[in-house]
Every structure is written in C-alpha cells, then in structure tokens.
Design a protein around this ligand. Sequence first.
Ligand code: NAD
Ligand code: ZN
Length: 379
Amino acid sequence: MATAGKVIKCKAAVAWEAGKPLSIEEVEVAPPQAMEVRVEILYTALCHTDVYFREAKGQTPVFPRILGHEAGGIVESVGAGVTELVPGDHVLPVFTGECKDCAHCKSEESNLCDLLRINVDRGVMIGDGQSRFTIGGKPIFHFVGTSTFSEYTVIHVGCLAKINPEAPLDKVCVLSCGISTGLGATLNVAKPKKGSTVAIFGLGAVGLAAMEGAKMAGAPRIIGVDLNPAKYEQAKKFGCTDFVNPKDHTKPVQEVLVEMTNGGVDRAVECTGHVDAMISAFECVHDGWGVAVLVGVPHKEAVFKTHPMNLLNERTLKGTFFGNYKPRTDLPEVVEMYMRKELDLEKFITHSVPFSQINTAFDLMLKGEGLRCVMRMDE
Ligand code: NAD
Ligand code: ZN
C-alpha cells in the first residue's frame, strides 16, 4: 500500500477542552508500531460515553483528545508482530481488548483482559506511551484505545475484531459497543429460559438491546421500566409487552412488578446507571431462581443496599461488562447473527449525518432523541 509506513494526513474531530463542541481539524496519523494496526474508519456512531468524556464532569480531563469508540473500518496497514490482520480486512474497534494471553483471556468466564481492559484516563498507546496523533507536531491524545472520530486511527491489534467483509459497516458498526453490551447481558449473563418473564430497567439503546436479547431467547412477556413514558412506544418494536413507570406508583416499583408477575420476574436486566433502579431490578426477581444483571455504570459514590435475606432466598445478582463478550473471539459471531437476519440492527439506527456534522449527533444525544446516530466519514 502506498501509505504504509508513512504519516497520513486526514480529518479528525478534536475535543480541545471540556464541554466545548468538537472541531474538525487536519491531523497527522503516525504509522502503526509493534502490535498496532492503522485503520481507515468508514462509519462511526456516537455513544453516551463519548458525551460524558467530552463534558469530562467527574472524570480526569484528558485534552486535546480524539473521542469515539463505536465504529467500523478497514485495515490500512499493520505494525510489526501483527499476524492476524492484513490490509483490507474489515474490523470493529472495541474499547476493551482481548490479548488472548492473560488469565482472563484464557478463562472461559471472563472478558476482563488484564492488558487491554478499558482505561479511560490513558491517552497514549500502551506499547511506547506515545500518541500516534499530532497537529503540527503537537500530540493529540487517544480515547479508550480506539479514537474513531478520525478518518484514520491507530489501534492495538487486541482491540480489533475481524469481521465478515460482506457485513455492511454502516450497520454493524453499532455492535462495537452499546448494542453488544445489552444483547450479551441478556443472552450471556441473564440467560432467560424460553417462556421466561423478563424485566428491563432503562429503555435507552443498551436496554433495548437487552430487550432484543430477551425476545430472541423466547421470552413471551417483557416488562419495560423507565421514568420517561415516551420510551414505551419505541420499546414495543423491541418486544416490550408491558410498561411500568415508577413515578406512576406510590409503592416501590419492585413491589409493583412482584404483584404483576405473581411472585417476581424470572430475569431482570438493569440498564440505567442509577442505583435505585439496580436495587429494584434485584428485588423484583422471583425467589428460588430469579437472576438480576446490572449493566448501567453507577455514580462514583453509589452504594448498593439490600437485605441479605433477598439473596438467601435464592436470588442471584450479577454484573457484566460489554455483555461478557470477548471482542476478538465473540464479536464476529454477533455480526453473523445480523447476517443471518437473527438480529435486527436497523431499528437501533435512528439518525445518520455526515462526519462534518458530528456536533449535531452530540446535540441529538443530549436531547435524548433517537438511539444511534451513525456518521459517514467520506462526507
Ligand atoms: P440512556 O441514557 O439512553 O438510557 C437510560 C434510560 O434509563 C433512560 O431512558 C432513562 O429514562 C432511564 N432511567 C434512568 N433512571 C431510571 C430509573 N431510576 N428507573 C427506570 N428508568 C430509569 O443510556 P444507554 O446508552 O442505554 O446506557 C445505559 C447504561 O449502560 C448507562 O449507565 C451506560 O453507562 C451503561 N453502559 C454499560 C456498559 C457495560 O459494559 N457495563 C457498556 C455501555 C453502556
Ligand atoms: Zn488478556
């Protein structure tokens, strides 16, 4: 390839400081070093985490930075030691990696890789502690090892899932974060049996993906719980049969659910990030067999409190990160589920804008409009 081994100049959206709109700049992208891959990003979507880190409230501010972690692209060139990927391969970047060598990667039960586990404070490559992005020689920091708000980016090989080249990248790009998280929380962790009643707390993109998983698992009754009544209409498309708004009731919502289901739901998946919803999700599962799964990322000071009797009565509480999927091993198969039409991604993609309008995508998310906005890099 003509560009391999050379610096590439391209467009990227740079976050110069906290709380400010991103600005499209020309950046220099250095060639990939050992175990790294330079990827041409074709489509990138926006997720809440990008918004949190642009705001940087309660987070370590790392600026100037190139955000973005939900995307699809094509390998442009590879660094020394990369044998699994070659130029032209289609890939999904993932914010949490899989080195395939550590105790977690070798365990069937974990996806929390020791080497490449998400690190939101690090703005450099792990190999040499340097950034691959510069503007006029001045370094621009990376974000969660992916920085997909750039036409080209450099990513550790362990954070790239090689996928079927036939898969449309403008659709499957949304599998690189939120949708896989929700789907996996239900299919891999809650594991509802056919015929189960499932409650989903929080009907954003993650919760609706968890709901999609419940429908795929054959749950005939799916109860959506959200403080926003407007969420019910959209949730019906994802299999929501009943809707409960905690604000409509004087008693705790877990008691409402227990009454509605004659003793409790079989499975509950929490996708709100609020600790009160986490407690409700646990306390609404049936004794004897109920399982609750926490997905939402709570506030730093949050404390989960419940009576130990709730556990002794044979309820199970679990949590998950990226739906327990190992990115390199498992994500290609999730893409195949879409290819076999077992998984519908189109209904998650409610907006699409050219990359130059990236701030519009942020505005939509801040207003709570739609689920996913996919940005087209070539426009
Ligand atoms: P979102 O903001 O789009 O949706 C959250 C929904 O929860 C909203 O509709 C809101 O009205 C509702 N809600 C808030 N408080 C509630 C309460 N007390 N009871 C009922 N409903 C309530 O968010 P999202 O993008 O769908 O993400 C959901 C959560 O998943 C976030 O906390 C996010 O950080 C987390 N997440 C976790 C992982 C992981 O790997 N564990 C990965 C991605 C996202
Ligand atoms: Zn590992």
